[in-house]
Design a protein around this ligand. Structure first.
Ligand SMILES: *[C@@H]1O[C@H](CO)[C@@H](O)[C@H](O)[C@H]1NC(C)=O
Ligand SMILES: *[C@@H]1O[C@H](CO)[C@@H](O)[C@H](O)[C@H]1NC(C)=O
Ligand SMILES: *[C@@H]1O[C@H](CO)[C@@H](O)[C@H](O)[C@H]1NC(C)=O
Ligand SMILES: *[C@@H]1O[C@H](CO)[C@@H](O)[C@H](O)[C@H]1NC(C)=O
Length: 346
């Protein structure tokens, strides 16, 4: 399972992103962890004309499909962002159904298949913010569609008829469906520690789109930045990349063992050994080079802490700088989360 629904919910609670809409994220819940979903919710809040008719707004319909909690919780959060916190009487059963115009955009005249959903969902997000293109996490898109398909009872055909799809928006909060999952979701490892740091995912997702991400990841800037910043460790990084890569490229590769991969060949800075400042510049520089609407680290402290983990594992706490060879060894042989900072750092 990619990121379990309860895990996603936990992310909402620990979400660190700030939000420019009417109400702050702390009062109304953080933005969704997934970049595409976050873009859609922001667009929904900024463009919704009538809070009592959210399903006339395409961004709101899309945002509801990627929200990890039940529809009524989505509506409560939406109302909070638009009207402020307080007692909320928006409930799905009382709202107008999804408009024909929006439905036809999703389905293109037929029933709703995964491909139709994916094209529509990503299209709405890109219309709201073209900068999200490289950050679209295909595993999340599948994870959005799978429970809807299951609730409507069409796992077998993979295509949801119109009225049943509309029912999902109206009743899924209060009525159970025949199944909770159809099993479309690729078996991606839970990103247990990284979830609070969306920038690590905004490095991981573009990495998974690289053709040689599984054969030679440490020759690719964005993959190296993703691996070195992955709080869960290199094995978890490789698992998460493989899982997405297989969906993107239609392959069935197993996760490569890090110690069989070619060594690090990306230069973190012009000269090795690399300093903390080199690592910070490399991380921010790589995020910037994506030319995408990335989530920046909330504070540079998380990058500094990660460098301290790296120093401790490589045994360079005393100098504070790491030679390229030893950084390469970390990528190949550290495997699990690092977990220990230098004794002299806070
Ligand atoms: C929601 O609450 C407002 C204010 O209390 C009220 O005016 C409105 O009629 C309520 N709407 C519904 C659908 O109950
Ligand atoms: C939509 O799905 C229903 C139920 O499976 C099926 O009877 C109908 O033929 C489908 N319509 C189209 C256009 O595929
Ligand atoms: C992918 O590989 C696994 C194990 O190597 C196998 O069980 C599974 O059936 C394969 N899936 C496809 C679609 O080939
Ligand atoms: C750094 O790597 C070199 C070459 O593999 C190795 O000889 C050395 O012991 C490593 N340094 C530390 C502090 O582990």
């Amino acid at each position: 399972m990619l990121v379990s629904r309860s895990m996603k919910l936990a992310c909402v609670l620990v979400g660190l992103a700030t939000f420019s809409a009417a109400q702050s994220s702390s009062l109304c819940g953080g933005l969704p962890f997934d970049a595409t979903c976050s873009t859609l919710l922001t667009a929904c809040v900024n463009t919704l004309a009538d809070i009592n008719n959210p399903w006339a707004n395409e961004a709101c319909v899309a945002a509801a499909t990627c929200h990890s909690a039940p529809i009524n919780a989505f509506l409560a959060g939406l109302s909070c962002r638009i009207q402020g916190p307080g007692p909320n009487n928006l409930t799905a059963v009382n709202l107008p159904r999804v408009s024909d115009a929006v439905y036809n955009n999703v389905a293109g005249g037929g029933n709703i298949t995964y491909d139709a959903y994916k094209n529509w969902f990503t299209g709405v997000a890109l219309k709201a913010d073209p900068g999200v293109q490289k950050l679209i996490d295909i595993a999340e898109v599948i994870a959005n569609f799978d429970p809807i398909l299951a609730w409507t009872g069409f796992c077998s055909t993979g295509a949801i008829p119109k009225q049943t799809f509309l029912d999902w928006f109206q009743y899924s909060s209060t009525v159970g469906g025949p199944a909770t999952a159809c099993g479309l979701i690729p078996p991606c490892l839970l990103h247990q520690y990284s979830v609070a740091f969306p920038y690590t995912i905004d490095l991981l997702v573009p990495c998974a789109n690289e053709q040689s991400a599984l054969s030679d990841p440490f020759s690719i800037n964005v993959c190296v930045a993703a691996a070195l910043n992955d709080i869960d460790g290199v094995d978890a990084f490789l698992d998460a990349v493989t899982c997405r890569y297989n969906v993107i490229f239609g392959t069935n590769n197993s996760v490569p063992a890090s110690n069989t991969l070619p060594p690090l060949s990306v230069n973190i800075a012009q000269t090795s050994p690399y300093s903390q400042q080199n690592f910070i510049d490399f991380t921010y520089g790589t995020l910037s080079s994506l030319q995408a609407s990335v989530r920046w680290p909330t504070s540079v402290d998380s990058v500094i802490t990660q460098w301290s983990y790296i120093l401790e594992w490589t045994n360079f706490c005393s100098t504070g700088t790491v030679p390229e060879k030893n950084l390469s060894d970390l990528l190949l042989y550290s495997h699990v989360l690092l977990g220990q900072t230098c004794p002299n750092s806070s």
